[in-house]
Design a protein around this ligand. Structure first.
Ligand code: HAM
Length: 414
């Protein structure tokens, strides 16, 4: 037996209603906020992610599916959508056509992580990018959008954590303070963090190793190093969130796993998911579009992990409003196919199992979950009628062939 690849899941038919519910809900809320959809390829030049996400990040260092294609070019499966969406925006000059871009994307992402509950190697994101606006109200509105998506999905027990990572003006002083602090704890850090404390000390705050987590408990807080502009921006975001009645907590250790963030960063977590409890993460990235070769435009965005959202939902039963058609005898079977087609062309869901014996067809009808069954046999053919059977009560009635479709519609309350 050839099995699927570890960490890459099949999504089987019983789970599809939940996937659709999440995707359709997100599309609806994005629509309310005036967002358009952008679809980018799953494969990009590796260089895009090196430049976009930062070479010191775990995602780029350890988790990328990177290989040489047949022409020898290094390509990677996208580990996130942001870099791809921005590449598309820049390549097609979208910001030149319209300086404010509000874009969402839904699709698979790939990270070579150790699979566990809620963490997969192929997973799906609902991604949001808002480009061209830099004010704190934009941040608050974007966080409110994420909160509204979670609300529309009916999620309870969620927590929004917010932080500011400062900007190129104030972050160097903070990094310097962090480095000095980490030097005093060097012996307790993992090998990777000993290296990263020089190149990118913020990453150390994000390290999952237990010894590193303990070593940085007393590390300086970024909030104490924000420049006046970043401080007032951050304060205005928090004030606006409070007016929008979006509950949040401040978390000065929230550095996020990617390098492009400036100022506002945030994560939404949910109870009941175990250790992989982040259902969404995002933040502002005012330098990234220019870093990728585009105009000096600011941006902010976030992504939800679809699998984690689905783990929080109750199962949704598959749709069962429809009619099962059963036929006795070869002539009746052929005519039953015509009835099925007439029903479907009238927008009524219908099924049959015409290859099977009458008895087995009736068994399928019973198991179908449909409330109604249409029966066609010799008598019905002779009288140009169809017998309709209510599969709940067992009640039967005879309807003329000419009004069959309408009778089914009526019986199903359509
Ligand atoms: P991220 O925090 O790396 O951010 O991922 C966002 C969400 O994707 C996570 O909160 C989690 O729910 C889900 N996720 C990440 N990795 C996995 C995995 N291996 N298995 C299952 N779910 C996973 C980003 O990707 C940024 N690009 C978000 C963003 C958009 N920032 C600005 N714009």
């Amino acid at each position: 037996m050839i099995t699927g690849i570890r960490g890459m899941n099949d999504i089987l038919p019983p789970d599809i209603p939940q996937w659709r519910f999440v995707e359709e809900t997100a599309r609806r809320i994005f629509g309310l906020y005036g967002y358009s959809e952008l679809r980018s390829p799953v494969l990009e030049k590796t260089e895009l992610f090196l430049r976009g996400m930062g070479e010191d990040t775990d995602v780029v260092e350890k988790q990328m599916y990177t290989f040489a294609d047949k022409s020898g070019d290094s390509v990677s499966l996208r580990p996130e959508a942001t870099a791809s969406v921005l590449r598309a925006v820049i390549e097609h000059g979208l910001l030149g056509q319209e300086p404010i871009q509000k874009l969402f994307s839904i699709g698979p992402m790939f990270r070579y992580e150790r699979p566990q509950k809620g963490r997969y190697r192929q997973f799906h994101q609902i991604n949001c990018e808002r480009l061209g606006e830099s004010g704190p109200l934009i941040d608050a509105e974007t966080l409110c959008l994420a909160y509204d998506i979670a609300g529309a999905l009916g999620l309870s027990g969620i927590e929004l954590e917010v932080n500011s990572l400062g900007c190129p003006v104030c972050r160097p002083a903070y990094q310097q303070a962090l480095r000095a602090f980490m030097l005093s704890r060097r012996a307790d850090l993992c090998d990777n963090c000993r290296r990263r404390m020089e190149t990118n000390p913020l990453r150390v705050l994000d390290c999952k190793a237990e010894s590193c987590k303990v070593a940085v408990i007393d590390a300086p807080a970024i909030e104490d190093y924000l420049c006046p502009d970043c401080r007032s921006h951050y304060q205005a975001v928090l004030t606006a969130l409070a007016s929008l009645e979006v509950p949040f907590t401040k978390n000065t250790r929230l550095v996020r796993g990617l390098d492009y963030y400036t100022r506002t960063t945030f994560e939404i977590s949910a109870a009941g998911l175990g250790s992989q409890n982040a259902i969404a993460g995002g933040g502002r990235y005012d330098g990234l579009i220019a870093d990728l070769g585009g105009p000096a435009a600011p941006g902010i965005g976030f992504a939800f992990g679809l699998e984690r959202l689905i783990m929080l939902l109750e199962p949704i039963p598959t749709q069962t409003q429809g009619c099962f058609v059963v036929a006795l005898g070869e002539d009746a079977k052929e005519q039953a196919l015509c009835l099925l087609t007439a029903l479907r062309r009238a927008g009524i869901r219908s099924e049959a199992a015409l290859d099977k014996s009458f008895k087995v067809q009736m068994r399928h009808a019973g198991k179908s979950g449909y409330p109604l069954c249409a029966i066609l046999g010799g008598d019905e053919i002779a009288s140009r009628t169809v017998t309709l059977k209510d599969l709940g009560s067992g009640e039967q009635s005879s309807v003329a062939r000419d009004v069959f479709v309408n009778a089914v519609k009526q019986a199903l309350d359509l």
